[in-house]
Write a protein that binds this ligand. Structure first.
Ligand code: HEM
Length: 487
């Protein structure tokens, strides 16, 4: 009975410690010891969040395990936090798994001065590659021809394009980062893809540790965290590091032919000036990982969503096709120069990004200090989730938000219009670093795909689901499609 009393007292202490103190944003009732409100969340916890938003308003809070999480809803609220209060809301939170893997290096998971310097350096390099001759677009355009060839090889038979899309989009990152693309059966390339993929899978299981870090001390590797760490190590040391070394050994002054060379140039520049800096090979190594992780699944998911919407809306496909016929014809590949004239295609891409809702909760934000927001006090330790979906599918902003309708982006003058609520890449200082690359990719892939093919459902006419699954991204469920040559 002494044990029972002890358990009761401890539980009570836990309960007190996870009870929402006064001043915090409202949210669901008392948190359970250890679990917080995790037990109340649906498997797809967006539905629970939507319910709580209706109940508690645009800023609500909950406990995931012992961690306080604040969810921001609606475009105005998200903008007010991430833009107007961008000096406070632009960090990444300290989270067990990320702390161990990222260790405040690179760009996607770092904070403070490190993040500022890495973000600026990476963005400048990507911008440089996207300007003038547009090396970035040239590399993507080359990869698109291989992707189209792969689609043609199925000769109009039904196929699940997930794998080949993933491979092709990763190859763009290879071209940009390493300066070379790989054949789809190249062994280095496939090991790299498999390892990154394995990481995405195992790290998913480790997420539990973010909210209950003490579980780390259980024997074995129940949450596959040790496996994840070993795999990250393998990717960095056995795959990326050799390429990095080869670049360093062969770097000639001013060479900026790919991301790694351009970054090495920046390292050398800073070495010469003798200024203290975080621009070094350790951070470069992490950034390379960031670009693969953040830049592959997202864009590949967008292309798969585009196909889902094409199958449901053959008229949209045909309108895009007619426009491409008129502007580009069949004799040459579409290029970035065509973009200003392909208005309907552009509107279609915007609608794919909106309705596809690829990153419904963006990436977790952290705070640089305690902050008063909407009259509430949010402590520095909170994890902040910008619920982008509430802007992308806001019924106040969009007529029939779940309908796929590119026309909503075309004004009465025939010109494109971009409503504020279209924020698939987030907003503020942390806005997606790869937005311009993603836009180049989506434009060149979709324009060329439509130029070559009419996309049809499989013979049995079965259409893919319009409901996706929430994982690292919100992605379309597996489906097959027939890419029938327009010729
Ligand atoms: C961050 C969306 C493609 C690199 C983000 C964020 C979103 C996003 C919502 C989080 C913003 C925030 O923290 O509030 C997307 C979508 C894409 C896409 C929808 C494709 C359709 C790419 C590509 C790259 C990339 C191609 C690679 C070049 C990054 C990086 C970050 C990021 C490095 C972290 C930025 C930082 O922490 O400062 N992206 N992204 N993304 N994205 Fe993307």
């Amino acid at each position: 009975s002494l044990l029972a009393v002890a358990v009761l007292v401890l539980s009570l202490l836990w309960w007190m410690s996870t009870r929402r103190p006064p001043g915090l944003p409202p949210g669901p009732g008392p948190a359970l010891p250890l679990l917080g409100h995790l037990h109340l969340l649906d498997k797809d916890f967006r539905s629970t969040f939507r319910k709580w938003r209706r109940q508690y308003g645009d800023v609500f809070s909950l406990y995931m395990g012992g961690r306080l999480v604040v969810v921001l809803n609606g475009y105005q609220t998200i903008k007010e936090a991430l833009v107007k209060n961008g000096d406070v809301f632009s960090e990444r939170p300290s989270i067990f798994v990320m702390d161990r893997i990222v260790n405040n290096k690179g760009v996607a998971g770092s904070s403070g001065a490190v993040w500022k310097e890495q973000r600026k350096a990476s963005l400048e390099i990507l911008r440089e590659m996207g300007l003038g001759k547009n090396v970035l677009a040239e590399k993507v355009q080359e990869e698109v021809t291989h992707y189209i060839k792969a689609l043609h090889s199925y000769q109009g038979q039904q196929v699940d394009v997930s794998q080949m899309t993933h491979i092709s989009i990763s190859n763009n990152i290879c071209s940009i980062v390493f300066g070379q693309r790989f054949e789809y059966d190249d062994s280095f390339f496939n090991t790299l893809l498999e390892s990154v993929d394995l990481n995405m899978k195992t790290v998913g299981g480790s997420v539990v540790l973010n909210f209950m870090p003490w579980l780390e001390y259980l024997p074995g590797d129940l949450f596959k965290f040790k496996r994840t760490l070993a795999n990250v190590d393998f990717v960095e040391n056995n795959l990326i590091h050799p390429v990095l070394k080869e670049h360093i050994d062969n770097h000639t002054e001013g060479n900026a032919s790919d991301f790694i060379h351009a970054y090495i140039r920046e390292i050398r520049k800073r070495e010469e000036s003798g200024q203290p800096t975080t621009v070094n090979t350790e951070n470069l190594l992490k950034i390379i990982g960031d670009l693969f992780v953040a830049g592959t699944e997202t864009t590949a998911t967008a292309i798969r969503w585009a196909l889902v919407f094409f199958l449901h809306n053959p008229d949209v496909q045909d309108k895009c096709y007619d426009e491409i016929q008129r502007v580009v014809g069949t004799e040459r590949a579409p290029s970035m120069r065509d973009k200003p004239e392909l208005t309907y295609l552009e509107a279609t891409i915007m609608e794919v990004l909106r309705r596809g809702n690829i990153a419904p909760l963006a990436v977790q934000h952290g705070l640089s200090r305690d902050v008063t927001f909407h009259g509430y006090t949010i402590p520095k330790e909170a994890i902040v989730l910008p619920f982008l979906e509430t802007a992308l599918l806001d019924p106040e902003a969009w007529d029939e938000p779940s309908a796929f309708r590119p026309e909503r982006f075309i004004g009465p003058d025939g010109k494109l219009k971009k409503p504020d609520e279209l924020i698939p890449f987030g907003v503020g200082r942390r806005v997606c670093l790869g937005e311009s690359l993603a836009r180049v990719e989506l434009f060149l892939y979709l324009a060329t795909m439509i130029q070559h093919f009419r996309f049809l459902p499989p013979e049995d006419g079965r259409l893919p689901s319009l409901e996706g699954v929430l994982g690292v991204t919100y992605s379309a469920k597996p489906f097959t499609v027939r890419a029938v040559s327009r010729k």
